[in-house]
Design a protein around this ligand. Structure first.
Ligand code: TXA
Ligand code: MG
Length: 320
């Protein structure tokens, strides 16, 4: 059972300590309750996906107490600086290129080179984020397929057996998720309409090229073409491996590969998820120097987080 913490000084101190220790803590923001984890701790981030029972790794938003902290993990452009100055703190999420030196775990953004950053305006969330002093990854605190929670009780109904604590800051004043704006391309693109209106954004940066809403859908976050895939081709369900292959192992590694990265020697799917994007990137970068022409991935059982791992490996192996 999870702890129900009041949003006072002792409650926030306790919530911050749990987050720093790698535990999951749900907390209220002005939009909806988030399921928080230390974004620099890949195992904590993997535990978020496990708790939500998401069938795939969607990129998560990183939450910060202020603009400076948020923009330090990304490479902001002029438009980002203008929106941050005028609309933060508030329910606007900006997707920007991730700063290469950022300590945010690769799993947080599902291996992408971008990072979604947000500075919530809810006072309890701000105090918590300042106390944690690390970026906090937080998707909405509901199981996959359920609606976003706007009270601590909603969170407990859905997740009480899977998280360490809920910081109860009362009902969320806004009740719909933040607006997600992608600033990584030539033109700003609205990825998710939300609590910050298009008008408020356009008042700062001028008209946003609409993704032809009558002739086609918005770029749906779940269907982004920008899923991370390694440059080397990927072969799935390897039961043997050759010297011109780099092995992505799970459990006891197959012998004979040109290079090997083990997702989890003990066969733990949470550890494997935490290491998945690091492993793909390491093999992609070092494999060719060892004469490897492709990545051979050992099978991962389709239970728990194994489902999301397999989803991602299938995409990496699919047509480009
Ligand atoms: O209001 C909110 O945004 C809440 C509170 C807790 O902050 N959080 C939330 O998170 O709604 P979530 O995980 O349910 O939705 C995050 C959205 C998803 O649509 C995801 O695809 C998109 O943000 N997103 C996150 N990182 C991204 C990235 N690097 N590139 C593109 N889209 C991204
Ligand atoms: Mg959600």
């Amino acid at each position: 059972m999870s702890e129900l913490l009041a949003a006072d000084a002792p409650g926030i101190t306790r919530a911050a300590a749990l987050l720093q220790a790698g535990e999951l803590v749900a907390f209220g923001t002005e939009t909806v309750y988030g399921l928080g984890a230390d974004a620099t701790n890949p195992r904590a981030v993997a535990a978020v996906f496990a708790a939500k029972q998401r069938p795939r790794f969607n990129p998560l938003i990183c939450h910060y107490p202020d603009q400076d902290a948020a923009l330090a993990d990304v490479v902001p452009n002029e438009i980002a600086r203008r929106l941050a100055a005028s609309l933060w703190p508030g329910p606007l999420t900006l997707v920007l290129p991730r700063r290469p030196q950022s300590r945010v775990a690769l799993l947080t953004a599902a291996g992408l080179d971008s990072l979604a950053v947000r500075v919530p305006s809810h006072p309890a969330a701000s105090v918590l984020l300042r106390a944690v002093a690390r970026p906090v990854a937080a998707p909405s605190a509901n199981r996959s397929g359920m609606v976003s929670p706007t009270t601590a009780q909603h969170v407990l109904d859905d997740l009480s057996d899977r998280i360490a604590a809920v910081l109860d800051s009362g009902p969320c004043p806004v009740g719909v998720e933040s607006t997600v704006l992608d600033l990584t391309g030539h033109e700003p693109a609205l990825l998710r309409p939300g609590a910050t209106t298009l008008e408020a954004i356009e008042a700062e940066i001028g008209p946003i090229a609409q993704r032809a809403s009558s002739s086609g859908p918005l770029r749906s976050p779940g269907l982004m073409a920008s899923h991370y895939a390694p440059a080397l081709p990927v072969r799935l369900d390897a039961v043997s491996v050759s010297t011109d292959e780099a092995l992505l192992a799970f459990g006891t590694p197959l012998p004979g590969a040109g290079a090997t990265f083990n997702l989890s020697l003990s066969g733990d799917p949470i550890e494997a998820a935490a290491r998945l994007f690091v492993g793909l990137r390491v093999l992609d970068a070092t494999g060719p120097a060892h004469g490897c022409k492709r990545i051979a991935a050992m099978p991962v059982p389709t239970t728990g987080l194994g489902r999301a791992i397999n989803d991602r490996l299938r995409r990496a192996a699919g047509p480009r």
